[in-house]
Ligand binder design. Structure first.
Ligand SMILES: *Cc1c(COP(=O)(O)O)cnc(C)c1O
Length: 461
């Protein structure tokens, strides 16, 4: 007990310690408040550890080391790049679609100064932020008109509020989906003021189920693409054309929430068929909504395309002001859609499409390179075949042949934990109690980051 009190008395005083630290190069120019907090918290930590007997002796150097670590941590950004070694291409937790270097460069060049965000360069007068992308999106998707909001959830909400507030919307029970982040179709509908009428059963819905449910309060037939799950077996759903035709007959609106929204027919490239935006429109749907940062491979946003008269009405809805996108989104989205004017350009330059469609041999080559680089620092790895997935609530059954490097003779949870603490954290996978990195989601400029991280964790193992 007495020893403890004596030890506590040797803890430095905050002000005095700061005075002496400020002479050192490392602390020069660092914000005073941050230094003060780091010193204060570090001394507190040592006091606590003395009291609970975790430490029985310490030196001033020990405290200084703690202060430096704590200061570095508080000065670094919380939002940062991570290395995705999971093999999930559109990983919602890791930021979904990737930006290419060219897009990042374009964003930088366009946003570093003022812009014509809401300024019409032809007239010199006030313009609309939507004007920059509307025509382009319509041209690429084949729609009459287009509108962009914050995300697809907002797109659905805006449409329901404008066209179905206080009236009813018919939807199949098999399509009452929840997508990640607890976005539930029924909840969104309720918020929009629309009245939800569910028809059919979870596995089977027929056209006559819709027909029977339509009455004078019905304003819309809504189809939701069940993008993140798949019901097998005794199932029946009504196709888009039947729904669109029925809606036309009854003089009500038909709308499809496509979720992922893909412009390229993946089945052409031997992948699972995912309904394209064009097919949805061609089936006669009045409105189609989809996300910007899923299979489109762009910034987070929600895109609404369809009949011009309907889009005109949406533009006057007051929610649009709350759901409006920022200049970064508009700038990035224009860049992305411009690439889609030519499909092969999009596939070549969009990192999301590129990863989905690249050949498996290229992934295997990356696995070989990483494996040999690891060997040079004494890490024993093994190349394994894996199943990568597209993710982002899209193509639930589609897995892509891929390769990974599995790390032998090291504790997988030690690697996992240490990797999260790296300057550029690495997220990998553990399977059968072994850690591996899936090369599907690794870019060639990331090998050195992975190797350096292994070097660092070998030192402290
Ligand atoms: C992902 C998804 C949404 C939500 O889109 P966000 O852009 O994330 O808001 C809505 N509906 C479906 C069918 C989806 O797949």
């Amino acid at each position: 007990m007495k020893d403890k009190q004596a030890l506590l008395r040797t803890l430095p005083k905050v002000d005095k310690l700061i005075d002496s630290l400020e002479q050192k190069e490392f602390f020069k120019g660092k914000p005073y408040q941050e230094v003060y907090d780091a010193v204060n918290n570090s001394i507190d930590l040592f006091r606590k550890n003395i009291l609970n007997n975790t430490i029985t002796s310490f030196s001033l150097d020990d405290i200084e080391r703690e202060i430096r670590t704590s200061l570095n941590k508080s000065l670094e950004f919380q939002f940062k790049r991570v290395i995705n070694g999971t093999g999930t291409i559109l990983h919602t937790n890791l930021g979904r679609a990737l930006f290419s270097e060219e897009l990042a460069e374009h964003l930088k060049n366009s946003l570093i100064g003022y812009s014509n965000l809401e300024f019409d360069l032809n007239t010199g007068e006030r313009g609309s932020r939507y004007s920059h992308i509307e025509t382009l999106i319509a041209k690429v998707t084949g729609a009459e008109a287009a509108l962009v909001v914050n995300n697809n959830a907002a797109a659905v909400m805006l449409c329901l509020n404008e066209f179905s507030k206080n009236t009813s919307v018919i939807i199949s029970r098999g399509e009452l989906v929840e997508v990640g982040g607890s976005f539930r179709i029924p909840d969104i509908m309720e918020l929009s003021g629309a009245n939800l009428i569910e028809v059919g059963t979870t596995n089977r819905t027929h056209l006559e189920d819709y027909e029977k449910a339509i009455n004078e309060t019905t304003s819309m037939l809504l189809k939701v693409h069940t993008s993140n799950y798949h019901i097998d077996g005794f199932t029946k759903s009504v196709n888009n054309k039947e729904i669109a035709d029925l809606a036309k007959n009854k003089n009500i609106i038909s709308m499809e929430d496509l979720g992922s929204g893909v412009l390229i027919d993946f089945s052409k490239y031997s992948l699972q068929k995912e309904p394209t935006i064009l097919e949805s429109l061609n089936s006669g749907m009045d409105l189609v909504t989809f996300s910007g940062d899923k299979l489109l491979g762009g910034p987070q946003c929600g895109i609404i395309i369809g009949k011009k008269s309907l889009i005109q009405r949406l533009k006057k809805n007051q929610f649009l002001r709350a759901f409006r996108v920022c200049k970064m989104t508009i700038c990035a989205l224009e860049f992305i859609f411009k690439q889609y004017v030519d499909e092969s350009t999009a596939i070549k330059n969009n990192p999301t499409l590129n990863r989905i469609l690249e050949s498996t041999d290229v992934v295997l080559e990356r696995a070989h390179i990483l494996n040999s680089l690891l060997k040079t620092i004494g890490i024993e790895g093994q190349i394994i075949s894996t199943k990568a997935i597209i993710g982002g609530g899209s193509m639930p059954n589609a897995s892509l042949e891929s390769y990974g490097v599995l790390i032998k003779n090291m504790d997988p949870s030690f690697i996992e934990k240490s990797f999260l603490k790296q300057p550029i954290p690495i997220v990998g996978r553990i399977q059968n109690n072994q850690f591996f990195i899936d090369l599907k989601t690794i870019h060639s400029d990331e090998y050195s980051i992975i190797v350096d991280s292994f070097k660092r964790i070998l030192e402290c193992e």
